[in-house]
Design a protein around this ligand. Structure first.
Ligand code: FES
Ligand SMILES: [Fe+2]
Length: 374
């Protein structure tokens, strides 16, 4: 399959309807060529989730997103606008910022060129004698940025479609959660020795819950959700919070004003390519899978709650079981995905989807839509 890795003929069985379909072949999770193609055709050509608006509350606050397309600075400018800049100096390309923080100007650590928050180059020490040099010609390179419900997305290409168009029916489906009024309360980070798609797929099926999470979450049942746009989802019907462990009696109240669809349970979505947004009845949380190498992925888990919940007495203590549930269940998921990655190396042939893996099937086919020859 080396010279025809992207020939649609090899993937016809994945294209069948769910109950007849094969899984993606193991090579899709182990081949550096397949991974490079995903960077080029998926991660450089689709919107990427990078954080929450309230993480950048004041002018000069920034976070760095180290995606496979290159490091990007997400920053709040002096007029409270959100900007995304390539994290690269216009002199000789040094990386400018790391992690997160707040700055009045962006100063390059190499030779000290400095940039205003609007990207303009304003400090160029020692350049007085350079000929035909106008600093105005060398602003930071700006990337497209858009937001929905408080979630910030960036794009590596020039003129992408608006984010709302990309998200399609997600925008109306979860309007009653009023995500833009929620606030981020904390994040967890994990490094996993598994391909990013294995993690995304694991997040898209409840088939594994009775075995992988038998000591924590227990068996969950799920059903499909109608979607249009670049996302898929499954619904776990439960009137109680699914963001705490079963039997935990300290869950927070449900979000005010949820519509009937939102009250039916927790919706585990995947915004393609690699961000799970979970719309639960008492909170929102996300899993952002960032590929590092073909068999290595960084995962950031973040959580948001309504401000009325955050103001409740004892919030700090009452939110601990939520993070405990996320820490435990995510560690179980990560471990099984590493085990699955190890098994891909000797496997040669695709397997078969279980009936409950409808959303994994949808995701696998979306991936093929992007990477195969047309
Ligand atoms: S590379 Fe940034 S000032 Fe030289
Ligand atoms: Fe899981």
């Amino acid at each position: 399959m080396t010279c025809s890795l992207f020939d649609p003929a090899h993937y016809q069985t994945v294209r069948k309807s769910l109950l007849q379909a094969s899984t993606l072949p193991p090579v899709c999770y182990t081949s550096p060529r397949f991974f490079d193609r995903e960077i080029e055709r998926i991660f450089l050509r689709n919107w990427q989730f990078v954080g929450r608006e309230e993480q950048l509350a004041a002018p000069g606050e920034y976070i760095c997103h180290d995606g496979v397309g290159g490091s990007v600075i997400i920053l709040r400018d002096a007029d409270m606008g959100l900007r995304a800049y390539a994290n690269s100096c216009r002199h000789r390309g040094s990386r400018l910022l790391d992690g997160d923080g707040r700055c009045r100007r962006i100063v390059c650590p190499y030779h000290g060129w400095s940039y205003r928050l609007d990207g303009r180059l304003v400090g160029t020490p020692g350049m007085q004698q350079a000929e035909n040099f106008d600093p105005g010609d060398y602003p930071l390179i700006e990337l497209p940025l858009d937001t929905w419900a408080g979630f910030i997305f960036i794009h590596y290409a020039g003129s992408p479609p608006p984010l709302a168009q990309y998200l399609g029916s997600m925008v109306d489906r979860f309007a009653s959660h009023r995500g833009d009024e929620m606030r981020h309360v904390g994040s967890l980070e994990f490094d996993i020795d598994a391909n990013w798609k294995l993690l995304a797929e694991n997040a898209l099926e409840a088939y594994h819950t009775g075995s992988v999470h038998r000591a924590t979450l227990g068996q969950q049942d799920s059903r499909p959700v109608d979607t249009s746009g670049n996302w898929t989802a499954l619904l776990v019907e439960d009137e109680q919070s699914v963001a705490t462990l079963p039997g935990e009696d300290k869950s927070f109240p449900h979000i005010d004003g949820l519509d009937a669809e939102a009250r039916a349970g927790a919706c585990f979505t995947l915004v393609y390519p690699s961000t799970q947004l979970v719309f639960a009845q008492d909170c929102l949380w996300w899993l952002a899978f960032s590929p590092v190498m073909v068999d290595r992925t960084r995962l950031t888990l973040g959580a948001c709650f309504p401000q009325s919940t955050i103001r409740l007495p004892g919030f700090e203590d009452r939110v601990k079981p939520y993070f405990e549930r996320w820490r435990l269940a995510t560690a179980e998921d990560n471990a099984i995905c590493e085990v699955q990655q190890q098994g891909q190396r000797l496997a040669r042939e695709p397997g078969r989807f279980a009936p409950g893996e409808f959303a994994v099937h949808a995701f696998s086919n979306w991936v093929l839509d992007q990477v195969l020859e047309r």
